[in-house]
Unconditional design. Sequence first.
Lengths: 277, 1157
Amino acid sequence: MTDDKDVLRDVWFGRIPTCFTLYQDEITEREAEPYYLLLPRVSYLTLVTDKVKKHFQKVMRQEDVSEIWFEYEGTPLKWHYPIGLLFDLLASSSPLPWNITVHFKSFPEKDLLHCPSKDVIEAHFMSCMKEADALKHKSQVINEMQKKDHKQLWMGLQNDRFDQFWAINRKLMEYPAEENGFRYIPFRIYQTTTERPFIQKLFRPVAADGQLHTLGDLLREVCPSAVAPEGIDGEKKNQVMIHGIEPMLETPLQWLSEHLSYPDNFLHISIIPQPTD
Amino acid sequence: MPNSVLWAVDLFGRVYTLSTAGQYWEPCKDGQLEFKRVSSATQCCWGIACDNQVYVYVCASDVPIRRREEAYENQRWNPMGGFCEKLLLSDRWPWSDVSGLQHRPLDGVALPSPHWEWESDWYVDENFGGEPTEKGGWTYAIDFPATYTRDKKWNSCVRRRKWIRYRRYKSRDAWAKIPSKDDPKQLPDPFNDLSVGGWEITEEPTGRLSVWAVSLQGKVWYREDVSHSNPEGSSWSLMDTPGEVVQISCGPHDLLWATLWEGQALVREGINRNNPTGSCWSVVEPPGSENGIMHVSVGVGVVWAVTKDRKVWFRRGVNSHNPCGTSWIEMVGEMMMVNVGLNEQVWGISCEDRAIYFRQGVTPSELSGKTWKAIVAARECDRSYSGSSSSLLSAGCFFGDEVRGSGESAPSDTDASSEVERPGPGQPLPVESLENPRNLKESLASGPGASRTTEDATENACPSTCGPGLASTPAELPWTNIDLKEPKKVPNHLTAGFPETTGLSSLGHHQLGLEEPYGADDHPLWAWVSGGGCTVEACSMPKWFTVQSGLSPLVQTLSLSIMPAQTAAWRKQIFQQLTERTKRELENFRHYEQAVEQSVWVKTGTLQWWCDWKPHKWVDVRVALEQFTGHDGTRDSILFIYYVVHGEKKYIHVFLNEVTVLVPVLSEGKHSFALYTPERTRQRWPVRLTAATNQDMNDWLALLSLSCCESRKVHGRPSPQAIWSVTCNGDIFVSEPSEDLEAQEHLLPCDQMFWRQMGGHLRMVEANSRGVVWGLGYDHTAWVYTGGYGGGCFQGLASSTSNIYTQSDMKCVYIYENQRWNPVTGYTSRGLPTDRYMWSDATGLQECTKASTKPPSLQWTWVSDWFVDFSVPGGTDPEGWQYASDFPASYHGYKTMKDFVRRRCWARKCVLVTSGPWLEVAPIALRDVSIIPESPDTDRNGSSIALWAVSDKGDVLCRLGVSALNPAGSSWLHVGTDQPFISVSIGACYQVWAIARDGSAFYRGSVSPSRPAGDCWYHIPSPPKQRLKQVSVGQTSVYALDENGNLWYRQGITPSYPQGSSWEHVSNNVCRVSVGPLDQVWVIANKVQGSHSLSRGTVCHRTGVQPHEPKGQGWDYGIGGGWDHISVRANATRAPRGTTRNQEPNTCQETHSPACC
């Protein structure tokens, strides 16, 4: 790999091998086989699991089927988080494939949003995009786009069309030549150890003195505990993970934002405890 | 954009330069002298030193400044001794100049000053009008003066020959004293001020400058004959002035202002190319009667002034027709002096802190700019205590592993240390931290409304009449204020804590080198600044305005060496981890089903199509691009074009895997492109489509081209063997040669070659098989290929992330003003009814007025106004007119009785800005370049790659240090010639051939890796009655092209006689030839007839070229219609012998020459 463009491709085509099993208490007419699927890391659970739904509905009575939801080791999976983020945050240290339990009953109202149709996912996705562009360009780029461009972004994600998506998305990744980056970096930092869903603050890619901010600068500023002086033994306590990899803390934030953002244009950063093997 | 420098003098008279690419003031290379004034141009700087003598500093360059001295040896025949030096009494001198009137013995020709040296001894010029005389250079005539011929005839009574000797200017990068001995009586007093300008007045002679000086007595002097080849000029001429002048400023063009002792300004009128010193003076009154003008500085169309109360003024309404302007506007800020540089950019030295300020926001539409911005760059000598990070920088290990390593291990440490050091007074102060009331005022007035009020107020205050009482202003010496005077120091919060220093006395220590590491003030104090050689453009602001701290990746200088970001550990780690992640998460699970199935994807749109039937016109069409993804992930695409003819819906379709090239055609104000397949290439009839907007066209082009490249699996950087070509619009195309392209038999027809576009704009590209690729722009700028791809309209995925840079090109558009003479009114713009348009193109067929003529395409924008072009062939009169007996005829530059019509050429510059994988090779502009072709079996990996070039001025150059890792090379080696050259080519065995401006060829002897420039030129006459214009040398073959489109093969070349014996005609109808390392011959044919239309500029491949038949047999036609240039010199891939391919019938159309119509 020699070109940064290849990073975009690798990020887009990231797949998580997943094994879906029906929750044991669901009532079925015959035994439900597990269902194996390669889930795109950058997509959303409810957007890519039509096949799963169809598979399990076949063995269930119509009246037992209500809104589908997913759970991993007791944690309901938020469909409005990208799949890759959910995996990194909850399951990155467990062996593959990722075992997800499928539920059709007892929707956890306080944990999950309802997802009655794909329009809801689209609305969520587009609002994230708009928020990201508000941070990056004061919404100037996204507002100048035509309706069909917005549609192409969404269709690109929905149909897993890398070219189609990036033909438009590259405009969102540009910045004026006289600046050294975006206005603010759209990012969210997730931790399993806190109640707070995520940290999101205003953070510029370039310091006042012209120095490029790095991932380390960001974490020290907004989430010092993640990179806090390590334990007495000097071991790292936490992993800082994006798309299943741990970029070095010296990585410039602007570069990360341009190359490792999810399609919603946010850098979703997981802080997870260092696995103790 | 090449780097240029700002010149400045500090309070101690030390001269510094600041490069647009740098961040530190560097002391002038020749630092012995102290100066009080400098005035710079691009190629040199003039100054007045503290000894009141004038000096010129000529910047070093790889091309020497050389001048030819000539002398003629004259002889007369007498029956006794044949030709001898005994002449008749009435004859000329035996040794004379060309006219014969002046005695000129060889040993009497002396160097004009100690700054020159002889290049070699005198030698006889054997070249006579492009032909070697072969008789010791003698030319014969009946008598002096008469027409001389090469051959001795029965009546040749006299003969003469020319001796030549070159001298070189040797004092480069050094201050050369201008001898003031010329006339001691005329120059009783020392000089006080000096200004250089006038380089835009005329282009003849090259590098001509106007140098004006003012003496202490207030007299104005003009230096005669200053030009590139005579940097010192010849003598001082005294100009009359109406009063005592104290200061003078000469702009790049025809503006010249001076200030009088009494405070008024003097404006020179009547400066033009025929009279660069102008004709008379006008007086401009100062803005207010109390405060006279102390200092002026002028640009092309602007005048800035400083009055005695330090206020800065901008003169409105100044232009060539009205050099005096209309009124003064007061600007914010108080300055000691201001200086207008290139592009009307302005620098000033502030009264408050003696810092140099740059006027930000000066644009053609807003010449007065927006705000003053301080240049905070430190001097190099201050760097020693400006922190560890920058000392690493200065140690030159910025790109080294050590620095990065330390950054990785302790990033917080680096940050902290620079934090600590920054507030120290050793650092220049950021603008914001100056508690400067001016800055406050500035920021308050920065709103557009606010500045308008200031403007109005000053306009009202500006007195329309100024009484003669001005002369009685207090007799303060106005100019001494600018000189060495204790600066007014403004306390600011950063220095306030330190003991007060007393200007000169404490600073005196610095002069002695006793610089205290934490001195109270080492922000440089400036006395003078000159921006006449400094190009600052809004798109690439120098990094002078922020304090740069060590390790910022933004401090990269453009260089082809690998950038730190490219090799940074964090990047490597991301690449590596992504690969590992893919392996971990996918390797064992490939049999899993994909969540999202790939489907057919369609992009539709509305375009216009140039219809296939007559009458051809643009018709609206719906288009759809359908992409199918196969199970193996491969994709196929079809482009459908739906149209309606006679109410019937129809469509045509194109398989994108058959498309050979997509060409943007930005003409007629349309955003169109052409799409070729092999069949359409043969028909000379592409599918032409037009989009409504530029954006729309770029989207379609990028998408279609991505699909084509995908279906042909062409991706990334072109291979080193790639074939490059350029269209007449400057678009660059590259093709991957298949093995069959140069096969002995069954070769691949060249209409099947796939061409993809590279970003950028060039006139020609030359390549060699080790990946070294050079290009030349229309403005002769040299560019080197960076290894990237994409750029221009190929953005996003179609472009590499790095190695894409902004590229600009410039050319002129020419129109002609035609006039006819009539007995009543003389020449008028009223022609005969049969005449051409009174404003037309060169042919006279097309009407072209100044107002209606547009830039060549939508990519170009005008950057100048119309100006008369005096450099047309045939010469012009002083107003640019050329005369002839009638249209169209041959024109000459003087009027005779028989001339009834005249014309003059007007030019206007336009500029194109795009991007592409190219980096400029500054500073020498080139008109031709050639890189040694290498076959893969030659192993020259150790040695550098031979590259020869011809500069735009005709100098032959040889590039040193070119390698695959450093394709730009390091420096030029100048190869002396007796006349300007136009073309050069180097063959695989270091045979260098070149074409001189007189149309004859030259062979350079003894060129080898150890002797890259060879030893001498061998003159080779051109084919009879033809003037050659281009040469191309392959492995052994030498082909040359003449001005009438004939292609010639050099016969009789053997290793022992590399010059060959004669030229053999190969073909006509050729505009460009490229011979490759396999001796393959490719040309651009002028006209080729297809089944549908004619195409000009077609790529053709010579077929049947064999070792025993190097001239080949026929032509195979490839892509065409507007192609200008091709280079096959990198392609050394030959099909392995004995391979058989299914031969398709009709693949090679062989004819004897490209069909001429």
